[in-house]
Design a protein around this ligand. Structure first.
Ligand code: NAD
Length: 281
């Protein structure tokens, strides 16, 4: 039987409705301040969508733009200024930053209580201690999608493919907190196929199209595809795909998240939810 689709769009609508209700009930305004440095089409599109999405749930959106030529110190000054401004409760810095600017340094400057993407190392560390509010949005989105299937995480075997600081590792920690048995893998892992085949829950966040094939998936497993890859499509233009060979894995998995329409929209919903949380101080 074909896998049930974990519909990130539907799940994200439910979260957005919840956020809109909370914002309407709060006696204070909720706002998100975003920073873009330089010209990046991807970041521009993301910011444009953010503005629309925020407006739809009643969140004020303020975009701060700096030109490409600025140095680290000017970006740092802007972030520090936003940290110090009491009317600002949620901050995010769009990636990529211009060449030569150390993004981790800038992310570490964001006040942890305003860091709604959960990129400050303090917030990444917080998840080890069980604080769920300002954790990295993609990790939170992946967990919500897994939980939506009703799978019992305690005692289950979870394999995470990809171990970056902002995606793979936080997902592994969230699953450890749910008392799953978690195996973290990376590009140096030997015997990835066999390891994946043992997973009750398989999450791929490697950024490699077609990495997860049918023979790597246990029958009935929950498979969450975090990858976002642009590849040439059949009509000459580029298309977006995940890490999972969707059509063939669908035949064996129990639940499968699609790309697009999976983790992506849920990540945006988690950003809105974190923005709501941050407004409470
Ligand atoms: P990254 O490049 O920082 O890390 C990739 C990780 O995957 C590394 O740990 C690497 O060792 C591992 N890896 C690479 N090739 C592998 C292989 N063949 N086998 C096993 N492991 C392998 O990337 P990232 O920032 O963590 O992002 C990962 C993917 O998730 C990308 O496609 C990115 O676009 C996507 N992403 C999606 C969202 C979303 O909202 N859906 C958000 C962030 C990132």
């Amino acid at each position: 039987m074909a896998a049930q689709i974990i519909d990130g769009k539907q799940l994200s609508f439910a979260v957005r409705r919840q956020v809109a209700r909370r914002v309407a009930e709060f006696g204070h305004s909720v706002r998100l301040d975003a920073v873009i440095v330089g010209e990046d089409r991807g970041a521009d599109i993301y910011a444009h969508n953010q503005r629309k999405t925020c407006a739809a749930v009643g969140i004020e959106y303020h975009l701060h733009r700096l030109p490409t030529e600025v140095g680290y110190n000017e970006i740092a000054d802007l972030v520090i200024g936003l940290n110090q401004d009491d009317s600002v409760t949620a901050i995010m810095v769009h990636m990529p930053l211009p060449d030569g600017i150390e993004s981790e340094g800038i992310q570490s400057l964001i006040d942890p209580v305003k860091d709604v993407e959960g990129v400050n190392p303090a917030n990444i560390g917080n998840i080890v201690y069980g604080r769920r509010s300002l954790v990295p949005c993609t990790a939170l989105a992946s967990l919500e999608m897994i939980e939506s299937t009703g799978v019992e995480l305690r005692g289950s075997r979870c394999v995470i493919v990809g171990a970056s600081n902002i995606v793979g590792k936080p997902i592994a920690v969230l699953l450890m907190r749910a008392e799953a048995t978690v195996i973290s893998t990376n590009k140096h892992t030997q015997g990835l196929d066999e390891i994946c085949r043992t997973a009750d829950v398989l999450v791929s966040a490697a950024g490699v199209p077609g990495l997860i094939t049918r023979d790597m998936v246990k029958s009935g497993a929950v498979v969450v595809d975090v990858g976002i890859n642009r590849i040439p499509g059949p009509d000459g233009g580029n298309i977006t795909v995940g890490d999972v060979a969707f059509d063939e894995v669908r035949e064996v998995a129990g639940h499968l998240s699609p790309v697009p329409g999976g983790v992506g929209p849920m990540t945006v919903a988690m950003l809105l939810r974190n923005t709501c949380e941050a407004s409470l101080g």
